[in-house]
Design a protein around this ligand. Structure first.
Ligand code: TRP
Ligand code: ZN
Length: 857
């Protein structure tokens, strides 16, 4: 790559020269020529020119204080517009023109399926008009939308609707005013025709809030669950954090063309329809869970993100890490706390650890960024949430809640930094968090090595802990971190147990426990109390004991994960296939014959870890060996416990579908049994029977998935039936695409070509593209990582072609190709060649350029 594009650095931050006190917009919607008039009331606050970002805009006119500006009085380039000396204060009037129909990047204002909508985070507002498009410029927005009354009956923007005017030409002008000053990334507008579903919510303080959902016509009945989730989220934030909603109206719009999950625009959230629409026939238990969690997430941003926002984009984790933590706490209260935690930990151990080990490694507060869209990552979001969770563990729930309140009180209406957040935690609790702050600046996965010695004569237990963080692609030297380690000391012979919080802040430390009467077993890192890799030399028998005896449900699941990964590591190192021990079989049989009260947990305990979790233990991933070992274990479990899987499957009775946690657990366990049963003689019949008789999508989809993954021949006919049954429902078709591309057989490549010819497929729709290629690269290790490189080549092709259409999407999809160092020589060569080919392209987006160039240094 010859061009050297310059990243922005956190160290170079400067306050903006001008504040924009008022922003008045008038947007006349047109598919190819939308006119945006803006009036910016500005005031100087420090030295420097007035800089307005702008991209892909046509400037029609520019006036300062009512006087047209001469070409010599401003400078225009492809990044923006500069006025050297506009005076200490004044008003700037601009007219620009944009083309929403051609906007396939889905940033700024775009038109898709007859709906105009915006996506401004992080830097999309500059594609709507010239503006200081940075989060520390907070302004009061008044927005008028003008559009055809019949075609676009709903014209929405942030805040309160203050005027509606019918124009003589058949258009309507609607004006919105948002009383809360906000940065441009929280601006939104929507115009379209929708089904509208509404309800009211009364806040603890007595404010009457109108809640409104706008969804595709004909799908209004699918918005009810999301609406009820919103009400639960509003109540929960009042009860848990004392936070109330602050406007009279809360709107949610669902669209099918969307780059991510959802967006927290003030008073006007815009959602990927995948995270709003649900009913029992089309949505799974997992869909319901995700909807509730994302509805919560965007709602919680109203305080953590909107009322208090980020000073600059390097601080993204300030709002995202914190808001993910808040949505996880909400989900833990609404659904299963254990399963919510297991889900979050799986994500850290797969995607986040992989990111740390990749060329894109970065701390939760990245110090430099070329394309901001590349930093909406599992590190910033999910490791960021783990850092917040550690604060809660260290400060206690009350201390944490006090710090949270102080942070919001102190900074309401401001754009602040991660340091401001930690400072509030420190001030509210009096605890010194100086060293803790390293979690914000240091990247990489810390490795925690633990051991214990028991002295029976002194009845004393000695625990030793050591931490080490290996160098990462972005940062060579590492310092010790503050690591909270929750443990339980089990004394199996007497049944005595004690839970304890250890804090490791040096490179190593020892802890002594007296009066330990019998040989203890220590449960380490309960609840995954820190985002680290644990090294602990236990025997298989010890892991199984913990899985059976630990007080903490999460720790029981975790012990099974450690058990399996240790077994696989040992057998793969010896070039053997794993076999099942009598102890394991006995334990599994006990759980199957007498499931725990929590059936969802039982299902997790009886499930093998997936490819990605196991892969993370290896510097170089033994692809074939892992795939084979997992296959073999699955078959062996299926055979050895056949009667038990069957008895358990039949014992768990099917009741009419309700999304409710007892039923969710029951379905999870039953479908887990089915995943083993499909390997046996009666498997195909059971799968068919379940597919046809299911009254809900969870069980129907599970039947198909079990059949597809096990390679059951009868699945093909069911898949055909499924595609036909839901032929006009894109949300279900995405599940169908997903299933097709998960086939471990080589024919999957031909099947994928066919999918792109499916009438519902479109390269412009990120949901469709992800359902085919995202799912293939993430859920089909056997075919994606084929030694001949077919899988890699396919993805590289897709990424190259998508870069022209939607760079943000292309850059997300390329992720698995960047980590070439994790594979063997042959795969490395193929991957490097593919990356180099992409790098040669002169028209590469910043999004892809940043990732490809970092992977080829
Ligand atoms: N702030 C959004 C959230 O976390 C996510 C987001 C960032 C986003 N950039 C986006 C969503 C672009 C859609 C498109 O909820
Ligand atoms: Zn968010």
């Amino acid at each position: 790559m010859s061009d050297l594009r310059q990243p922005k650095r956190l160290a170079d931050y400067q306050i903006p020269a001008f504040v924009i006190e008022q922003t008045r917009l008038r947007v006349e919607l047109h598919p190819t020529a939308t006119r945006v008039q803006s009036e910016l009331v500005f005031r100087r606050q420090s030295a420097g020119p007035l800089w307005l970002d702008g991209q892909a805009l046509t400037l029609i006119s520019i006036e300062l204080n009512g006087q047209p500006l001469q070409q010599t009085e401003y400078q225009l380039n492809d990044k923006g517009l500069m006025i050297t000396d506009p005076g200490a204060s004044g008003s700037l009037q601009l007219v620009t023109e944009i083309n929403p129909e051609q906007n396939t990047a889905l940033e700024g204002l775009y038109l898709a399926e007859g709906v105009y909508c915006t996506q401004c985070e992080a830097e999309g507002f500059r594609r709507i008009t010239y503006y200081p498009d940075r989060p520390d410029v907070l302004s009061v927005f008044t927005t008028t939308l003008v559009a055809d009354t019949v075609q676009l009956p709903f014209l929405l923007s942030n805040g309160n609707k203050v005027a509606t005017e019918l124009l003589a030409d058949g258009r309507t002008a609607v004006t919105w005013h948002d009383p809360f000053a906000k940065p441009s990334y929280l601006f939104a507008l929507v115009a379209g025709d929708f089904d509208r579903l509404a309800d009211r919510f009364t806040t603890a303080g007595g404010r009457e809030v109108e809640l409104e959902f706008f969804v595709e016509k004909g799908k209004g009945s699918r918005a009810g669950f999301a609406l009820s989730s919103l009400m639960r989220a509003m109540r929960w934030d009042e009860q848990r954090f004392g936070l109330e909603y602050d406007l009279d109206r809360y709107m949610v719009v669902a669209v099918d063309f969307f780059n991510m999950g959802a967006m927290e625009n003030k008073g006007l959230n815009i959602f990927n329809s995948k995270y709003v629409l649900a009913d029992d026939v089309t949505a799974t238990d997992r869909d319901y869970f995700n909807i509730e969690s994302i509805i919560g997430h965007e709602y919680f941003h109203n305080w953590t993100g909107n009322r208090v926002t980020c000073r600059d984009w390097f601080q993204l984790s300030l709002k995202e890490g914190l808001t993910v933590f808040r949505d996880q706490e909400f989900s833990a209260d609404m659904a299963s706390a254990t399963l919510t935690r297991i889900d979050a930990v799986k994500l850290i151990r797969t995607a986040q650890f992989a990111e740390d080990a990749s060329p894109m490694a970065h701390p939760i507060r990245p110090p430099q960024v070329l394309e901001m869209n590349n930093f909406y990552t599992v590190t910033v979001y999910d490791k960021g949430a783990e850092v917040i969770r550690m604060l809660q563990t260290l400060l206690g729930r009350d201390g944490f809640t006090a710090g949270h309140s102080l942070y919001l009180q102190r900074h309401d209406g401001q754009a602040v930094t991660c340091d401001d957040f930690v400072q509030a935690m420190q001030d509210a609790t009096g605890q010194d968090l100086t060293q803790f702050r390293r979690w914000y600046s240091q990247s990489g996965t810390p490795e925690l090595t633990v051991s214990s010695q028991y002295d029976p004569d002194r009845q004393q237990l000695r625990l030793q802990l050591r931490q080490h963080t290996a160098a990462t692609a972005d940062q060579l030297s590492k310092l010790p971190l503050v690591i909270p380690v929750k443990i339980e000391i089990l004394q199996p012979a007497t049944g005595r147990r004690q839970q304890q919080l250890l804090v490791l802040s040096a490179e190593s430390a020892e802890f002594l426990f007296d009066n330990i009467a019998d040989n203890p077993l220590v449960v380490w890192l309960e609840d995954f109390s820190a985002p680290v890799k644990l090294h602990c030399q236990y025997t298989a028998a010890q892991w199984l004991s913990i899985a059976e005896l630990a007080s903490n449900d999460f720790a029981r699941w975790d012990a099974m994960q450690q058990y399996w990964s240790q077994l696989l590591q040992q057998t793969i190192a010896a070039a053997e296939l794993p076999t099942l021990s009598p102890a394991l079989l006995a334990l599994y049989r006990r759980w199957l014959q007498q499931p725990l009260a929590d059936l969802a947990l039982t299902a997790e305990l009886l499930q093998l870890p997936d490819f990605d979790s196991l892969a993370e233990q290896y510097q170089q991933i033994p692809v074939e060996a892992l795939v084979q070992a997992l296959d073999s274990l699955q078959q062996q479990l299926a055979t050895a416990l056949y009667e038990d899987w069957l008895a358990c499957y039949q014992r768990l009775t099917v009741t009419p579908y309700v999304y409710e946690q007892t039923q969710v657990g029951c379905r999870a366990l039953r479908n887990l049994c089915l995943s083993y049963l499909v390997h046996g003689a009666a498997g195909a019949a059971l799968m068919q029977q379940q597919y046809h008789s299911a009254d809900n999508m969870t069980d129907r989809l599970a039947a198909l998935r079990c059949g597809q993954l096990a390679g059951v021949a009868e699945t093909a006919a069911l898949l055909k039936d499924f595609a036909a049954r839901f032929a006009d429902d894109v949300q279900v078709l995405d599940k169908y695409f997903n299933l097709v591309v998960s086939s471990p057989k080589a024919q999957v490549f031909a099947a994928m070509v066919q999918l792109t010819e499916h009438p519902a497929f479109s390269w412009k729709n990120p949901n469709r593209v992800r359902a085919v290629y995202g799912a293939f690269s993430q859920r089909n290790p056997a075919q994606f990582h084929r030694a001949d490189g077919e899988g890699y080549r396919l993805l590289a092709d897709v990424v190259g072609r998508l870069d022209q259409v939607n760079p943000q999407l292309a850059a997300r999809l390329i992720t698995p190709l960047l980590s070439w160092q994790r594979y063997d020589q042959q795969r490395q060569q193929i991957l490097i060649a593919l990356l180099q080919q992409l790098a040669k392209r002169s028209d590469l987006s910043d999004d892809l350029y940043e990732k490809v160039s970092r992977s080829l240094v």
